[in-house]
Every structure is written in structure tokens, then in C-alpha cells.
Write a protein that binds this ligand. Structure first.
Ligand code: SF4
Length: 503
């Protein structure tokens, strides 16, 4: 019996589930796969405040005190589980991979522990645990099923994530990823393109290619230009309007990738490229094999070829040994780079990483003070860069999240081609877009990390209805129980689907 059929055998009464996700985009994507896998095995999403039959923790080992926080959550849940017979708790993700079976020793009320390499086993482990009435722990050191071949429940009908690789061959001294997710494993280009096609057939107009290190894609099958070829091939997929990718490594950023970005019209003018530090001494200590000059050189070329590209980055402040002069170099590179946004982190030691063992750890108050200076600088730059967009016209992909103030302001939200967040209003009498449709609007106001578009005339507002908007309508109809004859479903098997009817 394979994993899916063994699990399908026990679905007479649908069990409800809830997933609590911690950590990075890779984990968010894994959680979509966990949802898809559970739903194809008869589980249903838990309803509002009702106690779920199953709680899955998709954990992250990167954050400080991750383990303590997990055991805190598990402790709270034990009280609920004690009063709710039949409830199950599963723990997966990086922390589960790292701590292995210590989780069931410290929290014996946990039913299943599964690793980053065996998400596909979860339904079967849950069944076995119920059947045998004992905890099941399964952690594989190597990946057996590529995560993208598992079913997925996508969070939005218009946009999807597609893994192109997992793991990483680099050894950045602050990072736990290589020891948890293993060496880079590349998915075959044909499989990736088939999954993108399946998403597009299902209504998606935007796809983000995902990997720890997207531009080393191909290292496994020894093709140094594999990522640029993949970008160009993805660009050929009919109906796919927006392609994004995250994250490239500056050391492996080659001109063929830049050419593919500039010459493929549906690759969006956006680049997220982690800087981490502007000091060459610190980059060396981090074992990042590029230097600040190379980083700035890449940005120069990107802006030459793609003038409107928005560049975002990650920066760590207070790495062991960072002097004031090193930090000043980071500020200098940030000033020169003109990032649209930077994810800034205060360094703190992560158990199991080489940097945690380094001498010269920087006192917390010094890290905090530098961090505040960096944030102030980046906020100023972001505000200046955003202000340049006032008066321009932007085509937005309308999202299904109007933001926290949407109800109050009556504005909807979309993403510009460069991925900037834009809150826009609809002129009186104009048609309201559906999530997944496109609107073209003038930018009327700028804030550091979002823009406002309040078109005053109906002629300043242009709506373009899309297949993704149609898919949204179908999903709404399905969730209301009114049904639909359309071929799209919520759970996508990650495999090419038959195209039915005209698009
Ligand atoms: S490139 Fe460095 S930071 Fe990124 S996943 Fe690999 S080891 Fe971690």
C-alpha cells in the first residue's frame, strides 16, 4: 500500500486540521503542501474557533529560542488535548529535523514528528499513531519525494509558488539550513515547467520560482546556465503574466541570468538579493564568497538593463567581530544600493552553526543601536525611492488581502510589477475587480513601504479581467456549495492537468 492509499483508507469521518507555520517562505510553501496532502486524504480545514482534530506545527530552527517557544505552544495544547479525546498533534519542519526524537521525549503527548524530507508520510504516520496508540517519528536524512510532487492547497488562485530546488551547497556560518535541508537537490526542468503549466491551467497568472539559492540551480546536472534557461522557458508559458524568483546568491549571479531577466517580458522588474553585510571582512567571516564591490556591480548592471527594477535584500547586524567600521561599510553599501526594502536582522547565535562558536560576540545593546541606525537609513531610502513613483501609472495584480485598513478606507490592494504594495480606490461608477484581475491606476501618494492610488476620474482607472479572476469566481462558487462546471479545484496534484475547454 502506498502512502496515499493507506491514508485514504481512514476517511469515513472527516477530521479537521489546523497548521501553525513558523519561519520562511519555504515553510509557508511546505504548509501549502501539507494542507493539500491532508485534504486529499479527507481532512477538512478547522472552522474558526472550533477545536481541531489535528494541529500541525511546521517549525523553524532559525529563530532564537525556537525550541523553547515550540515547547511553550505544545504545553498549552496539552491542556486542550487532555480534554478532547482523539485530538492529534504533529510537529514537522526544520526544528523537528534538528531535534529529532527529543521532541517526543520532552512532549510525549505529541503524536507524530516528521522531518523536512518526508512531508509526504504525514497522513500515514497520523493513521499509524492512532491505530497503534503511540507516537510515530520519521525523519529522513535525504529527500525521497520532491516536495513539489505532493498535492498542494494554494492560498491564492492567481499566484503560486514552485520549488525548483531544495537544500544548499553553501556553508554560511550563521545558517542552519545546510545541516537541516541538506545538499542542493535540483528538480528536473521538465517537472518544473509541467507544474507551472498546471498552475496556469488552474487559473494562476503569477508564479514565483523558489529555492534556497535559485541561481545555482543546475549544479546537480552540471548546467551552469540552467537557471537562465529555466527563466526563459517559463517565460514562454502562454497565459503566465508574471514570473518572480527568490532568492539568488550574489556569488552565483551571472550575466546570462541578467540577460534572461531583461529579455523575458513576463519576468518582473524585481530582484531580492541578500547582501547580509557591506563589510568584506564580515562577509569573509560569514563565508559568503562575494565582496561588496561585486554586489554593487551586479546592481549597477541590473539597473542598466532593467531601469525600473526594485531591489530588496536581507542584512544581518552585529555578526561576531563586527566593528563600528565594518558596520559603517554596511551603511555605505545600503546608501549606494537604494533598496526598496531590506529585511534587517539582529544577529543572535543559533545553536549548531559555526558563528555561534565564534569569539567576539557583539553585546546586545550595541547590536540594537546599530540596528536602529540601519533601519532609519533604510526607511529614508525606501521613502525616497517610493516617492519617485508618484505620478506614474502602474498595472496592479489585485490581491485578496485589502490590508488592515482596507475596510476603513474602502481601498483594495494590489502588487505593482516591481512587487510594491499599492492600496487603490475605485472611482465612482467603475467596476470592482476580483482578486486576480489587473487594474491600471495612477500613483498619487507614496509611503516608504506602500503606495496609494486614488484615481479621481473613471478614465484614470482601467480594469482588465483575467483568467485568475475567473478562477477566483469559481473557487468562491465552490466554497458556497453552488458548484461549478469549471475544471479548476482547490487541491492541485502538482502534475500537469488536462486542459479542458478554451482559455
Ligand atoms: S546561501 Fe547561505 S544563508 Fe542561504 S541557505 Fe545557503 S547556507 Fe544558508
Amino acid at each position: 500500500m502506498n502512502i496515499l492509499t493507506e491514508a485514504v483508507a481512514d476517511i469515513a469521518t472527516p477530521r479537521s486540521y489546523e497548521i501553525r507555520t513558523f519561519g520562511c517562505q519555504m515553510n509557508v510553501h511546505d504548509s501549502e503542501r501539507i494542507s493539500g496532502l491532508l485534504e486529499i486524504n479527507g481532512y477538512i480545514p478547522a472552522d474558526g474557533d472550533a477545536t481541531p482534530d489535528l494541529v500541525v506545527f511546521n517549525t523553524c530552527a532559525v529563530r532564537e529560542n525556537a525550541a523553547n517557544r515550540l515547547y511553550g505552544h505544545l504545553g498549552n495544547l496539552k491542556v486542550i488535548k487532555d480534554g478532547y479525546p482523539g485530538m492529534q498533534i504533529a510537529v514537522g519542519g526544520c526544528l523537528a529535523q534538528k531535534d529529532q526524537d527529543t521532541i517526543v521525549k520532552r512532549a510525549p503527548w505529541v503524536d507524530v514528528v516528521f522531518g523536512t524530507h518526508n512531508i509526504g508520510s504525514l497522513p500515514v504516520l497520523l493513521n499509524r499513531s492512532r491505530h497503534n496508540n503511540e507516537a510515530q517519528v520519521e525523519l529522513l536524512e535525504a529527500l525521497e519525494t520532491f516536495p513539489s510532487t505532493l498535492p498542494t492547497k494554494r492560498e491564492s488562485s492567481y499566484s503560486g509558488w514552485v520549488s525548483i530546488s531544495v537544500g544548499c551547497n553553501n556553508t554560511c556560518t550563521f545558517c542552519i539550513v545546510p545541516s537541516l535541508r541538506g545538499k542542493e537537490k535540483d528538480r528536473r526542468p521538465g517537472d518544473i515547467l509541467a507544474e507551472v503549466q498546471a498552475l496556469v491551467d488552474d487559473g494562476a497568472v503569477e508564479v514565483t520560482l523558489l529555492g534556497q539559492n535559485v541561481n545555482t540551480y543546475g549544479v546537480e546536472f552540471r548546467d551552469r546556465q540552467a537557471f537562465s534557461k529555466l527563466l526563459r522557458a517559463t517565460g514562454e508559458i502562454d497565459g503566465l503574466e508574471r514570473i518572480r524568483f527568490t532568492s539568488p546568491h550574489p556569488a552565483s549571479f551571472t550575466d546570462d541570468v541578467l540577460d534572461a531577466m531583461a529579455e523575458t517580458p513576463n519576468v518582473m522588474p524585481q530582484l531580492h538579493m541578500p547582501l547580509q553585510s557591506g563589510s568584506d571582512t564580515i562577509l569573509k567571516a560569514m563565508r559568503r564568497s562575494y565582496r561588496s564591490k561585486r554586489f554593487l556591480g551586479i546592481l549597477e548592471k541590473v539597473r542598466e538593463r532593467i531601469p525600473h527594477a526594485a531591489v530588496t535584500t536581507d542584512i544581518i547586524v552585529g555578526f561576531p567581530g563586527e566593528t563600528e567600521a565594518d558596520f559603517q561599510q554596511t551603511l555605505d553599501v545600503v546608501e549606494a544600493s537604494r533598496f526598496a526594502m531590506a529585511y534587517t536582522f539582529q544577529y543572535s547565535p543559533r545553536e549548531g552553526t559555526p558563528a555561534a562558536e565564534m569569539e567576539d560576540q557583539i553585546p546586545k545593546e550595541v547590536v540594537q543601536e546599530r540596528f536602529e541606525r540601519l533601519v532609519a537609513l533604510q526607511d529614508r531610502i525606501a521613502a525616497e525611492e517610493s516617492a519617485k513613483l508618484v505620478g506614474t501609472s502602474q498595472e496592479l495584480l489585485v490581491t485578496n488581502n485589502a490590508g488592515s485598513r482596507g475596510e476603513q478606507t474602502g481601498r483594495l490592494t494590489g502588487r505593482a510589477p516591481d512587487n510594491r504594495l499599492v492600496h487603490f480606490s475605485i472611482p465612482q461608477g467603475a467596476q470592482t475587480p476580483r482578486p486576480g484581475d489587473f487594474v491600471t491606476v495612477p500613483i498619487t501618494e507614496a509611503h516608504p513601504y506602500h503606495l496609494i492610488a486614488d484615481p479621481t476620474e473613471p478614465t484614470h482607472y482601467h480594469l482588465r479581467r483575467s483568467r485568475a479572476g475567473d478562477a477566483w469566481d469559481r473557487a468562491q462558487a465552490d466554497s458556497c456549495g453552488t458548484g461549478s462546471n469549471a475544471p479548476a479545484g482547490n487541491v492541485n496534484l502538482g502534475l500537469p492537468s488536462l486542459r479542458i475547454g478554451a482559455r
